[in-house]
Design a protein around this ligand. Structure first.
Ligand code: ATP
Ligand code: MG
Length: 403
């Protein structure tokens, strides 16, 4: 392996002024977490860059993991070399040879971060370009669209050489922006909403409503598997499972059918908000998307959202379904979401839910039964599970696929 380190570029966090240290520390611990099963790797975080020393660990697998870490703009596998000019020349040629550059086009892009370094950027470009043209057969310069762009960064401690820039996941480090509760169903939308919220730095805990025996263990497992995907980028993931059967049955018994869905959603939101309070969260996140189904008209949101003044974040509000599906594929949740098991909302769905529910009617129907103790009971009986990622335990993952 010619590269011995990975240089990580931070992107947006570099603009965050005095919060910067917190952001960098968070990113460092998140990177640490995803690479925890590579014991030889050493991570060094500086003000504007992070360096991951590989010490012989598997570059491809590490690169695959880093692509998922929010807060990374891009990264490059690099050769870290002594910064005297002869060494840089020699190592540049070594790198280009290793990459089979003969017969191809290239350009050199030098950067002098160490302002005391005796060669300026242009001198470096010329010296290194000239040397490579001499040493590598049939190599040609193309400054506009080269096959290889050799980047040389001369810093205080050393010079860094690379020909690759790999795009990162962007956004901000998970956990740098406060905590929110994600209403997590087994569907396509809510996990994507969770990932988008995490990409803006939020720490997410999941709240899932399930209704045994009407919903099966398998539909619960689906949500646990989705949570595991989130744990891959957030470290551990806390999932609160709410037993919703009694409350749902009471709603069906006491509320006119076309309002059951609206009132059920109001109860879900009240319970989620209660969990949020207990967990010191500051917001609720859900997968709602304007106009998608009856519960997601503006009138519905107006009737449902009334139960709380906690911010309800809807990252998918304006997305088209196809774009959401593409995101689900990117975040690797689509396959799990597509498993066919029933959800507590789909089994009790009325034939004709009200698409334009009215608040006055909702208030009236909620006086039909004593729901507060049922909410309290649901909150008291919550099952909380801490889910850690299976990243790296390959045998276990492969084994799980057999079922
Ligand atoms: P999803 O694909 O996320 O299930 P959806 O398109 O099926 O969304 P709805 O069923 O109307 O839409 O649900 C809207 C939102 O309500 C979901 O995105 C989710 O945030 C929340 N929600 C629905 N069902 C549950 C559930 N069983 N547990 C937790 N949250 C839920
Ligand atoms: Mg759904």
């Amino acid at each position: 392996m010619i590269y011995d380190e990975i240089l990580v570029r931070y992107g947006e966090i570099s603009t965050k002024g005095k919060n910067r240290k917190l952001f960098i520390d968070k990113l460092k611990s998140n990177v640490h977490y995803v690479l925890k099963d590579f014991p030889n790797v050493k991570i060094r975080a500086q003000r504007d860059r992070m360096y991951i020393k590989l010490h012989g660990e598997d570059m491809d697998e590490i690169s695959k993991r880093l692509k998922k870490v929010f807060g990374i703009q891009s990264f490059s596998p690099v050769m870290r070399v002594n910064k005297d000019i002869e060494t840089i020349k020699e190592k540049s040629a070594q790198l280009m040879k290793k990459l089979d550059a003969s017969g191809k086009t290239f350009k050199v892009q030098a950067k002098r971060v160490d302002k005391e370094y005796p060669y300026r950027t242009n001198d470096l470009n010329q010296i290194l370009g000239g040397h490579l043209l001499k040493t590598i057969e049939d190599l040609k310069v193309d400054v506009h669209n080269p096959d290889f762009e050799l980047k040389v960064e001369v810093r205080k401690d050393a010079a860094y050489l690379t020909c690759e820039v790999i795009k990162g996941a962007g956004g901000l480090p998970v956990g740098s922006g406060g905590k929110a509760m994600l209403m997590l169903s087994g569907g396509i939308d809510s996990p994507v909403a969770g990932f988008l919220a995490m990409r803006r730095g939020l720490q997410i805990e999941g709240v899932h409503f399930y209704s045994p025996p009407f919903t099966s263990e398998r539909s619960k497992q689906k949500v646990i598997d989705l949570s595991e995907k989130m744990a891959q980028v957030s470290g551990k993931f806390t999932l609160h499972i709410v037993h919703f059967t009694e409350l749902q049955q009471a709603i069906i018994q006491h509320v006119p059918e076309n309002y059951t869905m609206t009132i059920m959603r109001r109860m879900m939101m009240r319970i989620t908000d209660e969990i949020r309070k207990r967990r010191n969260g500051l917001a609720i996140v859900n997968g709602e998307n304007i106009g998608q189904v009856a519960s997601q008209t503006l009138e519905s949101m107006y009737a449902i959202n009334e139960v709380t003044n906690t911010p309800v974040l809807r990252p998918l509000l304006t997305y088209d379904k196809n774009d959401i599906i593409d995101l689900a594929r990117d975040f690797d949740t689509l396959e799990i979401s597509n498993r066919p098991y029933e959800d507590c909302c789909t089994i009790f769905v009325p034939a004709q839910p009200k698409t334009k529910p009215r608040r006055d009617k909702v208030h009236l129907y909620e006086t039909n039964f004593d729901w507060e103790p049922l909410i309290q009971q649901a909150v008291d009986q919550i099952e909380t599970v801490e889910i850690t990622s299976k990243t790296g335990k390959k045998e276990e993952n492969e084994f799980a696929d057999l079922f």
